[in-house]
Write a protein that binds this ligand. Structure first.
Ligand code: LAC
Ligand code: ZN
Length: 455
């Protein structure tokens, strides 16, 4: 046992491992004031690497590990049995990054919820998650319980706010639902689903707005989100070439709702509960955008027909796209702030290699999701592979993802390594083997179980 203790102490360093009487009562006290068993030791790691090392040693000795955040849980989840190790994450409490453009915050799991709320507020942003124990409950704790809290009716559970996680695993997790979601039939067959529904909106406001540059697009997004108080339902951005292609090709069918001279077009739609006041608010938001110069042209749909015409600019694209065939289509995600740069970079590389190439850019910018349509007049596999490499390398450099909403399937499988680490891919294979040992579920998709070379 002393072997184990000294090995653990070596990992966390002097003064960060406690045994016996030296264990402070707080590591055993729950919100009801009960004092739980005295664990073998309390270790206070400072980094993910230390946590990984601790878990490895614990695994070798077969000793259980219980992770502790703020110990404000209500079901005794954070206390170790006698002989177990308590892993307190209280030192892993850094605010690592706030990205005000993409509106994300990256923090250590040991940071109390309230500290996140305050950091967000200081940046002019808002973390909707709120619970009574905000002052002590940690980010790791609310994630581990998927805490709901005081504003769940509007913004959902913790799960709805977690964009990414770093985790150290001793074994696979238990949340099979979320393992199944997004696994493209490779881990199981979904035969029934219960989906969350919302009340039907009573109002719809739709506008097409032109902006001078992408910074204005970002400003429009943030203003509509904030001013409309959550009523914003669509924010579809179209780069000029996309707008020109679709509106010109469809001109015989319908007149374009706006001239094609602008660099960016945004389709904004909001839904609310009261047609009169919602439209007033929507128009006021747009009016202010004009006053500030964020919007330089706009039309608001005054009828269902006008609404359909506006949506047609974004959606009636199958026919126009036929003019570009052969074409290659992409679905990637990159941070909002990186979108114009990444699109420009890809366009330049494509056009350098293939003068006269066409590239259209559009997508769900508010979700960090862009689509590229690229035509170089050559639809061969070799040509496709070259364009794939240009796009995915740019996405990789930007720290994005090769897939946003369309999945991986077979087409992107061999590019997975561009935006997933070797460790992540190995974990996918492990999970796959555990859940589908015979490799009978949609084999060959998403991940190559034979471990073939990455492109
Ligand atoms: C779209 C599809 C391609 O957004 O995802 O148009
Ligand atoms: Zn899409």
């Amino acid at each position: 046992m002393s072997d184990l203790i000294s090995a653990l102490e070596e990992i966390v360093g002097p003064g960060q491992l406690f045994t016996g009487e030296a264990i402070d009562d707080r590591y055993r006290a729950d919100i009801m004031g009960r004092i739980h068993d005295r664990p073998l030791c309390v270790a206070r790691p400072r980094s993910t690497a230390e946590v990984a090392a601790l878990l490895r040693i614990a695994g070798e000795h077969g000793v259980p590990v219980t992770t502790q955040g703020g110990r404000t849980g209500a079901v005794d989840g954070s206390f170790a049995a006698e002989g177990g190790i308590v892993l307190s994450l209280e030192r892993m409490n850094a605010i690592e990054e706030i990205d005000p453009v993409s509106m994300t915050i990256t923090v250590g799991a040991g940071l109390p919820l309230q500290a996140v709320q305050e950091a967000a507020e200081e940046a002019g942003l808002f973390l909707p998650l709120d619970i009574g124990a905000r002052g002590s409950a940690t980010v790791g704790g609310v994630i581990s319980t998927n805490a709901g809290g005081l504003r769940t009716i509007r913004w959902g559970l913790t799960r709805d706010m977690v964009l990414g996680l770093e985790a150290v695993l001793a074994d696979a997790g238990y949340d099979w639902k979320h393992l199944m979601i997004g696994s493209e039939g490779t881990l199981g067959v979904v035969t029934r689903a219960t989906l969350r529904l919302r009340p039907k909106p009573r109002s719809v406001m739709t506008a097409l707005i032109a902006a001078r540059d992408f910074d204005k697009v970002v400003t429009l997004l943030r203003d509509f989100e904030a001013d409309l108080g959550g009523q914003l339902t669509s924010f579809e951005v179209m780069w000029r070439d996309f707008f020109v292609l679709v509106t010109e090709a469809n001109r015989a069918k319908r007149a374009p709702p706006m001239t094609a001279e602008h660099d960016f077009y945004v389709l904004v739609e909001a839904m609310g509960g009261d047609a009169g006041s919602d439209m007033e608010r929507f128009e006021a938001t747009l009016g202010r955008a004009f006053d500030r110069g964020d919007a330089i042209d706009a039309v608001i749909a005054q009828s269902e027909q006008e609404r359909a015409n506006i949506w047609a600019v974004r959606e009636d694209m199958a026919g126009p796209m036929m003019r570009l065939v052969p074409l290659f289509a992409f679905d990637v995600s990159v941070a909002l702030r990186d979108m114009p740069r990444v699109a420009e970079e890809i366009s330049r590389s494509v056009c350098d290699a293939h003068p006269g190439a066409t590239m259209l850019v559009y997508g769900h910018a508010g979700d960090g999701n862009l689509h590229f349509v690229i035509g170089i007049g050559d639809g061969s596999r070799e040509a496709e592979h070259k364009i794939d490499l240009i796009v995915y390398r740019a996405v990789e450099r930007a720290g994005g993802s090769i897939s946003a909403e369309h999945g991986i399937g077979l087409a992107k499988r061999d590019f997975l390594g561009f935006t997933r680490s070797a460790g992540e891919i190995a974990l996918m294979r492990t999970l796959k083997r555990a859940l589908d040992p015979g490799n009978i579920l949609n084999p060959g998709k998403v991940i190559d179980m034979a471990g073939g070379a990455l492109a």
